[in-house]
Write a protein that binds this ligand. Structure first.
Ligand code: CP3
Length: 344
């Protein structure tokens, strides 16, 4: 069996594992001095994403240091708009910036189909990672969900409550539909190529599910992600797909029919989330990233709650959102030790 010993793949196949596997969203990043050193050499953040030597190195750093059970490709969700020809850059200390696309005319200036050639360094990085990773570590690819990516494309930056795209979705639903359609097709092509380059499972990040009113969630979030999952499986029937819909809360089960695991964010109580997720489906999550920063009692209680809440299903331990730059390394070491040492 190709996936023998890969605990993350075991959980994604719906099997109980001998211990709970663990990886962390944003596990390669600024809380690690070795990441900051490579980042300084690389120049801009996108230069880092598009340089296979550097991107491979920073992906491997947290695996070497902590022994995580999965490695996630080092890249960003905004390389997709970039590969459609949108101008994307990362302003130092400010986050992502894009030339906004707010109407049909703007969309017309972008490429009709994603230019996968522009993403060739990403596939090269995956190929190298597949060759270099220890045999028991699962290689994950990813993309952003269409609504989350579109929110950046429309606003040209991160926004507190994604108001620009939400307003446009009311005023000009045809335009937003066209934008999302394009992202659905591009994401299918992109994820398929990631799988062909070596990704053993992929995660779809819907970071802003919580910005959508429940009545709007099916059209702008659930359906686009369902179409991506179906499109990927049409070419790769055994593709493993994790859906992380942050803020979906009580509606998280809407994504279950086409997911191999549901990511659970930190705002959900693990036991309550467990009750919402269909039996046998893997859950991933959901320690509060702030409990990891705090350490001590907060960390121990948080770990116990997640392990207990998901003990009756396949569980992949993770944070309930990305790790933050100010996280002490000793707390991450403690987390991994506790989770790897816990009996199932
Ligand atoms: O998880 C990993 O280690 C893989 C790499 C990864 C990054 N971004 C690296 C990154 C992944 C999976 C992402 C996803 C991503 N990017 C999301 C979805 C997940 C989430 O957090 O909700 C979103 C919304 C983005 C867009 C993005 N990229 C923002 C808003 C920022 C700036 C915020 C910040 O932390 O600075 C980025 C930059 C970014 N992406 C960094 C990293 C390590 C920090 C940039 C740096 O090193 O200067």
């Amino acid at each position: 069996m190709a996936d023998q010993g890969k605990l993350v793949l075991e959980a994604l196949a719906g099997r109980r594992t001998t211990r709970t596997p663990i990886w962390l969203m944003r596990q390669a990043g600024r809380y690690l001095p070795e990441y900051r050193a490579v980042r300084a050499k690389a120049g801009s953040f996108l230069d880092l994403c598009y340089n296979p030597d550097f991107a491979t190195e920073v992906t491997l750093q947290p695996i070497r240091r902590f022994g995580f059970d999965a490695a996630i490709l080092f890249s960003d969700i905004l390389v997709v708009p970039h590969a459609f020809g949108q101008n994307v850059w990362f302003a130092e200390g400010e986050g992502p910036r894009l030339d906004p696309v707010t109407d049909r005319e703007g969309l017309g200036r972008l490429a009709g189909a994603i230019d996968l050639e522009r993403l060739a360094p990403v596939f090269e990085t995956l190929k190298r990672l597949k060759a270099e990773l220890p045999a028991d570590v699962t290689l994950l690819g990813f993309c952003g969900a269409p609504f989350t990516v579109a929110s950046y494309m429309v606003a040209g930056k991160g926004t507190p409550d994604q108001a620009p795209i939400r307003l446009l979705a009311y005023r000009d639903p045809d335009f937003v539909t066209a934008l999302i359609d394009r992202l659905v097709k591009g994401s299918i092509a992109y994820l398929c190529r990631q799988i062909e380059a070596g990704a053993e499972a992929v995660q779809i990040f819907e970071s802003f599910a919580g910005a959508l009113a429940p009545s709007l969630l099916p059209r702008w979030s659930v359906e686009p992600i369902r179409r991506i999952a179906e499109g990927v499986r049409a070419r790769h029937p055994d593709a493993r797909i994790i859906v992380f819909a942050k803020g979906a809360g009580a509606h998280m089960a809407a994504y279950a029919p086409f997911a191999d695991a549901l990511g659970v964010d930190w705002a959900s109580d693990p036991a309550e989330a467990d009750a919402l997720i269909p039996a046998g489906l893997a859950a991933q999550g959901n320690l509060d990233p702030l409990a990891l920063i705090a350490g001590g009692e907060a960390l121990e209680t948080g770990i116990d709650a997640a392990l207990a809440g998901f003990r009756n299903r396949p569980h992949i331990f993770n944070l309930g959102h990305g790790i933050r730059p100010e996280t002490p390394i000793a707390h991450v070491e403690r987390l991994v030790e506790r989770v790897k040492g816990a009996r199932r």
